[in-house]
Design a protein around this ligand. Structure first.
Ligand SMILES: [Zn+2]
Length: 164
């Protein structure tokens, strides 16, 4: 089973929602905004990333057909089904790791003391939460609130395939 840290992704813009879900699971997932396929392939090769795409053209490239570069052709339009396919095909460990990567910019999060984030979070959060993580790039602060719990539930449903 592939754990976070053992496999990295580059997520094509046509399956962009996958990036956030994979980051929630702790996987390094670069979102590729451009439509320049050659550039995406260069990055994937240079950084050892698996390509996730809906683009059948990319799958026909020699670098992919020769297995020099791994790519997964995503079939479904529904992000939930897309995630389910990727998890199954690559045998991913679906543990939810909400405190590992920034959902917005994919940076590994840094632990912060409660006092350090005092002015950055709502008062009720400060009063009720003791563990915080912060993104070194965008400075967004994360904590285990109800929002995370809801996403965690949704993710476990998605990865086990319980939600159609
Ligand atoms: Zn960030």
């Amino acid at each position: 089973m592939a754990q976070a840290g053992e496999i990295k992704f580059i997520v094509d813009s046509n399956v962009g929602k996958l990036a956030k879900w994979l980051r929630m699971m702790g996987y390094d997932s670069l979102f590729f905004h451009s439509i320049d396929d050659a550039r995406m392939i260069d990055i994937a090769l240079a950084e050892g990333r698996v390509i996730l795409t809906k683009d059948t053209q990319i799958m026909r490239r020699r670098v992919i057909t020769s297995k020099r570069l791994k790519a997964v052709l995503v079939h479904d339009d529904d992000p939930a089904q897309q995630l389910h396919q990727v998890v199954k095909e690559l045998n991913l460990d679906c543990q939810f790791r909400p405190f590992s990567r920034c959902l917005e910019c994919n940076q590994p999060l840094m632990p912060k003391d409660r006092e350090e984030v005092r002015d950055l979070v709502p008062l009720y959060v400060f009063q009720t939460q003791s563990q915080y993580m912060q993104c070194p790039t965008c400075h967004r602060v994360y904590w285990r609130g109800t929002h995370w719990q809801a996403m965690s539930r949704q993710l476990s449903e998605l990865t086990t395939g319980a939600s159609g």
